[in-house]
Design a binder for this molecule. Structure first.
Ligand code: ARG
Length: 408
């Protein structure tokens, strides 16, 4: 008998796993996280549903069942550092699922320590990214803990899972018939599988739960002001998880954050992924806009390359890497000047900056203006261009002379 901490969603697969471990004589601690997966829609009884998940785990024979509200930790420790890096995988996906896995791993390890468990277990399959992210993070935190991935060792198909559940008293919820694989938290919602596996098939409207269909979006634009203090965003006085939840509702009503992409998974296959990430997409747009006002040209150019690398590290399961931590330190240094505000216009699927202001802004109207108060030294431009173009002129002359036989 061993003690196993199982990442438990309450769904069919992890319920079958839980029952199998219990029947094999193991002591199972079922751990369920609240990462705000239902906060994209205005109050739909999410916490009641999570209470039921906990009760279900105990009914299935779990030694203990934990429901952990990890929303604040998720936003403060994972999502906001990613925001500072404008982290979008392949330039598009805000990494909602990817960012949650290192936290799930940390909570599995912390719970394993609290209960003296030998192993942690998850329900990831062998094709996805999440197995990589969870296992690398567990190993980085405590290499002595074994990670079990029973669905990878022995894939469980739907009919077998249902048959097992029926034979062993595992209740089957109505969501078993769901045509998609869904993962959601405050930073976004991902929808995979079913008809989406054909990349030519447009996502049916029923894949979306947080974002309004084009016909249902308000015809009038709405403004939202995002304040930043040292890189930390707030909206109407709300910060952290509460702010992201509110933005999901507000931006979602305008259909912002719908993503449909072919994405490169860690294990080397391409997959078709649909997401809706209204809050995170709006926040990244605002953060980028403030950076354009505050950061120097060199900082912006350099940061763009490391921002891309940051997103790749998160996607690829390398959150625990020293390089990611070093990027966080770099971003924290720039964030000291990231104080100011950005006004976004939310309208028909887009969140666009139409105003920005900051005490650290490098925009100087007297230098930029074409009006009367112009302080720019126009006569210095000629000398600047003379020297800036010198190497080009020289290079062109040398190339021309070398190509002329008479000159040799
Ligand atoms: N493709 C996305 C990612 O790797 C979404 C994964 C969602 N996970 C899930 N178990 N449905 O980040």
């Amino acid at each position: 008998m061993s003690t196993i901490v199982l990442a438990y969603s309450g769904g069919l697969d992890t319920s079958v796993l839980l029952k199998k471990y219990v029947l094999a004589g193991h002591r199972v601690i079922a751990m369920t996280l609240d990462l705000g997966e239902s906060d994209g829609t205005a109050g739909d009884g999410a916490s009641a549903a999570l209470d039921e998940v906990k009760a279900k785990a105990l009914a299935l024979g779990a030694y203990d069942a934990l429901l952990v509200d990890a929303k604040t930790r998720f936003i403060d420790e994972l999502a906001l550092p990613a925001l500072r890096a404008n982290a979008l995988y392949e330039g598009i996906y805000p990494l909602s699922a990817a960012l949650s896995r290192p936290l799930i791993a940390a909570l599995l390890v912390e719970t394993a320590h609290a209960y003296g468990a030998d192993a942690v277990a998850h329900g990831c399959t062998g094709k996805g990214n999440d197995q990589v992210r969870i296992e690398l993070a567990v190993r980085a935190l405590d290499p002595a803990i074994e990670t079990l991935a029973p669905l990878r060792d022995k894939p469980l198909n739907r009919p077998d899972a249902i048959a097992y559940a029926n034979a062993n008293g595992v209740p089957i919820s109505s969501t078993v018939a769901k045509p998609y694989s869904i993962d959601a938290n405050l930073w976004g919602r991902s929808i995979e599988a079913g008809v989406l596996e054909d990349p030519w098939t447009a996502p049916p409207e029923d894949v979306y739960a947080w974002t309004a269909a084009p016909a249902d979006r308000p015809s009038a634009p709405e403004h939202v002001v995002i304040d930043f203090a040292g890189g930390v965003p707030s909206v109407d006085g709300l910060t952290g998880a509460a702010m992201v939840a509110a933005l999901n509702v507000r931006a979602g009503a305008h259909g912002i954050g719908r993503i449909d992409m072919i994405e490169d998974r860690v294990i080397g296959v391409k997959s078709r992924e649909v997401y809706e990430c209204p809050g995170s997409i709006a926040l990244v747009a605002a953060h980028k806009a403030l950076e354009r006002l505050v950061l120097t040209r060199d900082e912006l150019r350099f940061k763009a390359t490391i921002d891309q690398k940051y997103a790749e590290l998160v996607y690829d399961g390398l959150w625990p890497s020293p390089l990611r931590k070093a990027f966080d330190a770099f971003n924290a240094s720039l964030a000291e000047r990231m104080t100011g505000r950005v006004r976004l216009v939310l309208h028909q699927g887009t969140a666009v900056c139409d105003g920005s202001a900051s005490p650290f802004g490098l925009y100087d109207e007297r230098l930029a203006t074409y009006g009367a108060d112009d302080r720019f030294k126009h006569d210095a431009a000629q000398g600047f261009i003379e020297l800036w173009g010198l190497p080009l002129e020289l290079g062109a002359r040398v190339a021309r002379d070398a190509a002329t036989p008479a000159a040799r």
